[in-house]
Structure formats: C-alpha cells, structure tokens
Design a protein around this ligand. Structure first.
Ligand code: URA
Length: 218
C-alpha cells in the first residue's frame, strides 16, 4: 500500500513538474482527495469526525473501539449503549463487565484484545440499527479488521454475527462453529447482554471461548 502510494506521488510530482515547465502554474482539482487511512489512529481520527448518518446528531461520543491495535483476537458487538455513548468506550456498562470476565476466562485482559462494534454511534433509545446505518458504518469496522489483522474474530450476538457474515442464520445455529470473514476465522457467540437475561447460556459461551483459545494457540 505504502509503495503504491509513494509511486503514485512520484508520478504526480513528475506530471506537475512537466506542466510547470510548459507554463502551467495553477491546477484546479474538483474533488477532495480521500486516501484510505493507513493506521488505526488515523482511521480513528476520521471516524471521530464522521457525520455520514443521522446518528451523529444524537450521539454524545463516537465509540471507535479500544484495545491492542495488533490484537490476535477482536470482539465485535452491535452498537454503543448509553454508558458507552457517555464515555466514548465500548462495553463499559453491565454487559461490558460480563464481557471483561469472558475475556479473562481465556487468560486475557481487555488491553490484550481489541473490542469494537458494528455501529460506532449509539442509536437513540437503543433501538435496533437501521440497515442504512449499518451499510454506512460497516466500512469502518472492515478497515479496523484490515489494519489489526487478527487471527480470530468473536462476534457477540445475532446482529454482529449476521452483519459480518452477511447471512440471516439464527445465532443458535451460527455459534459454536468457526466461519470465515476474508480468510479470518470468526466465532459467533451469545451477546453478554443476552447472558445477563439468560445465564443458562453462559456454558455455551464458555465452550466457544475454549475453541477460540485452542485456535489462537495453533
Ligand atoms: N452492547 C454492544 O453491542 N456494544 C457495546 O459497546 C455495549 C453494549
């Protein structure tokens, strides 16, 4: 990517020098030049300034995601809730506390993994995200995954699992098996908020976590 960018820049410089030699001193360019962010921190800057959908009007903070930018394991949730919106951090409410325990159950701290969401802004009153919001925002998650390059992605709940895997298969059938996203192994599991209401689901999440741990040890 960097080599490609450098060679494009070199050709552009050569072209502009030729134009100057032939007497052209000013060039007007109609469109803004948008280059894909080449690091997680520059992507974060773009996402924090995003106003591509209506959610930018009601959010308090953009929740970009947090953790190790070189993590082997990335957790993906649905969208920020009230607490996350207020703090600008993912999974910091009650479900987040449970997620921290789930992460610890396989020997990691939150700082070892990366935690993100499909949507970076809170839908008002925690309503379900609209399909247009997902389409607009999912590009950011894709870029995050491209830059982090994890070995395993763990999608939390139906929404994140179906969005990433582009299917409508129920979470009860998706969980427990590895799927593929651009060559990366994806393990869907139950969302921690679901586990707060249905603690009997915890044993399935424990099974899924053990499979992730084994995969990471390979
Ligand atoms: N639920 C999610 O899906 N994501 C969060 O960040 C918090 C709660």
């Amino acid at each position: 990517m960097q080599t490609e960018f450098k060679s494009t820049l070199k050709s552009l410089k050569k072209y502009l020098e030729l134009q100057r030699l032939s007497g052209i001193n000013e060039i007007f360019y109609k469109y803004p030049i948008v280059l894909p962010s080449d690091s997680l921190s520059s992507l974060q800057k773009d996402v924090l300034a995003c106003n591509k959908c209506e959610l930018c009007k009601t959010r308090t903070n953009v929740v970009f995601g947090s953790g190790n930018p070189k993590a082997d394991l990335v957790f993906v949730g649905e969208a920020p809730g009230m607490e996350e919106d207020l703090q600008g951090k993912p999974f910091v409410g009650r479900a987040g506390k449970l997620l921290t325990k789930i992460i610890a159950s396989i020997g990691f701290k939150r700082e070892d993994v990366f935690i993100a969401n499909v949507l970076k802004c809170r839908p008002p009153d925690n309503r379900n995200p609209f399909p247009t919001e997902v389409l607009t925002c999912e590009e950011y998650l894709m870029r995050q995954l491209e830059l982090i390059k994890p070995k395993v992605i763990c999608t939390l709940g139906k929404f994140a699992s179906q969005s990433l895997l582009k299917n409508q298969v129920p979470i009860t059938r998706l969980r427990g098996h590895f799927h593929l996203y651009g060559g990366i192994k994806v393990m869907p599991t139950f969302h921690p908020a679901y586990l707060l209401r249905n603690p009997e689901g915890k044993r399935f999440v424990w099974e899924d976590m053990k499979k992730i741990k084994r995969e990471l040890a390979k």
